[in-house]
Design a protein. Structure first.
Length: 274
């Protein structure tokens, strides 16, 4: 049985059972999977059955669709694939228990029928797919504070650790990207890039908000993949320079000390530990 898991910050917020029909993904409420985030286009992408496999197709979205850190237009999904759409991750799982005795055509439903199938099979997580991002961030922030306090107590109780290597356990040290604005107007001068996707633009929901009066709503995005960071323009007309070299329409990996120029701002990228 094939399923999609909608995640925010690695937390599953919805499970969708695939039955061969089309699952639409986007910000507009007529999508089967509605993601309330300005980085997501109204009709962003779709997943549908084709022969004996499933396809993820980008619907010419503004910020693109990424599968396993690569921007795609159309891709055949494999078990374990992870798609990044806005600030949300959609994980594809296929245990290979397909209804082999039934032809694929018998499994393809209309959108209305697919919605009924999904409601019948999905666990009772929530009555809506629309994620209140502000509330989610607040919950995650509280969890992070609690974990930090617990970690501090654990270190105090463990006694001295001068002879231990710094990486003696998971999660002890973490690298994170930072961006320092050296030219141009933004809402802050220094940013810590903890999210999987940081949007640059004038939108109120942008992680790096431009303050210039006529700045575009979205000009670029910075994508985090484990300890690596990638920058990509939001469209073909957007020009981004890294170390004074114009980059293409795809994503470009950032390295420590890189100087980024976009939409009349200049910023320096660094990596720090915390």
């Amino acid at each position: 049985m094939a399923k999609l898991y909608l995640k925010f910050e690695d937390r599953v917020i919805r499970e969708i059972v695939l039955s061969g029909g089309e699952v639409t993904i986007g910000r507009q409420p007529d999508n089967l999977v509605c993601i309330d985030n300005p980085a997501v286009s109204g009709h962003h992408a779709k997943v549908y059955g084709e022969d004996d496999h499933y396809i993820l197709e980008d619907k010419e979205s503004f910020n693109g669709t990424y599968v396993n850190n690569h921007r795609i237009s159309r891709v055949t999904l494999k078990d374990g694939d992870e798609a990044l759409i806005g600030k949300h991750t959609i994980e594809f799982r296929d245990q290979g228990i397909e209804a082999a005795s039934a032809p694929r055509s018998a499994l393809v439903h209309s959108p209305a029928r697919q919605s009924q199938v999904e409601k019948a099979n999905a666990p009772q997580l929530d009555c809506t797919v629309v994620l209140d991002t502000a509330k989610a961030k607040e919950l995650l922030a509280r969890a992070a504070v609690a974990a930090s306090i617990a970690g501090s107590v654990g270190q105090q109780n463990s006694g001295t650790s001068q002879n231990r290597p710094h990486d003696d356990g998971p999660g002890v040290r973490q690298t994170v990207g930072t961006l320092t604005i050296v030219k141009g107007r933004t809402d802050q001068q220094y940013y810590v890039l903890t999210s999987k996707l940081t949007v640059i633009g004038k939108s109120k929901m942008a992680g790096i908000r431009l303050k210039k009066w006529f700045a575009p709503r979205v000009v670029a995005s910075i994508h985090r993949a484990e300890d690596s960071y990638f920058i990509a323009p939001s469209g073909n007309k957007i020009k981004i320079r890294v170390n004074n070299s114009l980059i293409g329409s795809g994503q470009t990996q950032l390295k420590v000390g890189d100087i980024i120029e976009v939409a009349e701002i200049k910023a320096v990228f660094h990596i720090c530990e915390r």
